[in-house]
Design a protein around this ligand. Structure first.
Ligand SMILES: [Zn+2]
Length: 248
């Protein structure tokens, strides 16, 4: 048993050293096991610290600090990024849009009123619009509604993601024809699994306040080729009221 005791003593010393190394956040290179809870993310094409942070619900500044990255624009494909608090590696490309476009879609894509997309909630209050919000950008719209309200698929498609994520809470992502995808977040409960086909109007979730949100509401996105677009351009004439605006 002596060898085993020595092994344990050695391991203990190693753990102490590793723990000490973990105290100097922001200095030196990150080492596996040298930090608290978290996960390593391997950088893929098109990803940046902002998108990776968004997918994992960690600010890009925190990621930069945890990985001693001074120039956030110089991320290399294949580079390993330590994500504090991360539980498992996530498909960043699926979860976060590449960027957002504020201009109206080209004429051919201008679908408002065409009935291609429907509102995911029968009624509600538009509590936050698409566009710049403080120092970040809101990739969708928020619709306030009572917790438990049924969220419906905006269009026929296939569920490509249904899980809980920091920030987004319970989120469902549905892929549609023509390079479109819709995102339904902060759900109390997801009602569909990844891989299942959904029909327009089919319940996919229930409104909740999971993730980073101030109250029960649906965060809804429409993406075209992974670029976030203003959903208002694609939805039929409003059936939800704008917060503060008086209904007409
Ligand atoms: Zn939102």
């Amino acid at each position: 048993m002596e060898w085993r005791e020595r092994l344990w003593a050695g391991l203990g010393l190693g753990l102490v050293l590793v723990a000490l190394a973990g105290c100097s956040l922001g200095h030196g290179r990150p080492r596996p096991g040298a930090k608290g809870d978290g996960v390593y993310h391997v950088v893929r094409r098109g990803e940046n610290l902002y998108r990776i942070g968004k997918a994992y619900g960690v600010s890009h500044t925190e990621l930069a600090r945890a990985n001693a990255i001074e120039d956030a624009s110089r991320l290399e494909i294949g580079q390993r990024i330590f994500v504090p608090g991360g539980k498992r590696s996530l498909p960043v490309n699926l979860i976060t849009p590449e960027h957002a476009a504020t201009d109206p879609p080209p004429a051919g894509d201008f679908l408002q009123g065409a009935g291609v997309f429907i509102w995911p909630l029968a009624s509600g209050t538009l509590t936050s619009t698409f566009g710049p919000r403080g120092r970040s950008f809101h990739d969708g719209i928020d619709i306030g509604a009572p917790p438990g309200t049924v969220v419906r698929a905006s269009r026929d498609g296939e569920v490509i993601y249904s899980d809980a994520l920091r920030g987004y809470g319970n989120v469902v992502i549905v892929q549609h024809a023509g390079g479109y995808a819709t995102v339904y977040a902060h759900n109390e409960e997801n009602l569909v699994d990844a891989g299942s086909k959904v029909r327009q109007g089919q319940p996919v979730a229930r409104v909740g306040r999971s993730g980073r949100t101030s109250g029960p509401n649906l965060h809804f996105e429409i993406r075209k080729d992974n670029v976030a677009r203003n959903p208002i351009y694609f939805l039929p004439s409003q059936t939800v009221q704008r917060a503060k605006d008086s209904p007409t």
